[in-house]
Unconditional design. Structure first.
Length: 173
C-alpha cells in the first residue's frame, strides 16, 4: 500500500515537472524542471520494485544527461536566439488534458487491481535472484553481442564528439 502511495506521489511530481519542462522559457529552468522529472521517474522505478532501473535512471539520466544539457546551455548563445514564449505555454496547456487523462487511467487501473506481474514464474525468479541479478544474467548471456555492439557504438560516438569539439590550432611551419 505504501509503495502504491509513493508511486502516485512520484507520478504526480513527474507530471508537474514535465509540464514545467514544456512551459518554461528560460533554458536553465527547463533543465531544473527536467532534473525534477527524471528524479521523480527514478522514484517511480524504486516504488515499483525495480531498484536497478531506478539506480540506472539516477546515474545515467540525472547525472550524465543533465550535465550534458548544462554544457549545451553554456555553449549556445541563447540570448541571440528568437523564441516564441507564447508557443511553449500553448503547447504545455494543450498537452495538460491528455496527461491528466493518462494519470486518471493509471489511477483507475491501480485501484482495480490489474497487475502486469500476475505470472508466478516471473515473481519466483525475481524473488529468488533479485532484480539486478536477473537482468545481469540475461544481459550477459542472451544479449551479450548486442551489449558489446552497443558499447562499441557508444565508444565511437564519444570519440566523434571529442574530435568534433576540439579546436584546431594552426601552425605555420
Amino acid at each position: 500500500m505504501l509503495n502504491q502511495i509513493a508511486f502516485y506521489i512520484f507520478g504526480g511530481i513527474s507530471i508537474i515537472c514535465g509540464l514545467g519542462v514544456v512551459s518554461a522559457s528560460n533554458p536553465i529552468y527547463v533543465v531544473l524542471w527536467l532534473l525534477g522529472a527524471l528524479i521523480a521517474i527514478s522514484g517511480i522505478f524504486f516504488s515499483a520494485g525495480a531498484e536497478l532501473l531506478g539506480a540506472l535512471q539516477l546515474m545515467v539520466y540525472v547525472v550524465a544527461i543533465a550535465v550534458f544539457y548544462i554544457l549545451i546551455i553554456t555553449a549556445v548563445p541563447w540570448r541571440k536566439l528568437h523564441k516564441n514564449e507564447q508557443h511553449n505555454r500553448l503547447i504545455g496547456v494543450t498537452v495538460l488534458p491528455f496527461i491528466a487523462l493518462l494519470y486518471v487511467e493509471a489511477f483507475i487501473v491501480g485501484i482495480s487491481g490489474v497487475s502486469i506481474t500476475k505470472n508466478k514464474i516471473i515473481e519466483t525468479i525475481t524473488k529468488n535472484y533479485g532484480n539486478a541479478e536477473v537482468i545481469g544474467i540475461k544481459l550477459f548471456s542472451t544479449y551479450f553481442w548486442a551489449f558489446e555492439l552497443m558499447s562499441v557504438l557508444l565508444l565511437i560516438s564519444m570519440i566523434g564528439a571529442i574530435l568534433l569539439g576540439r579546436k584546431e590550432e594552426k601552425t605555420y611551419d
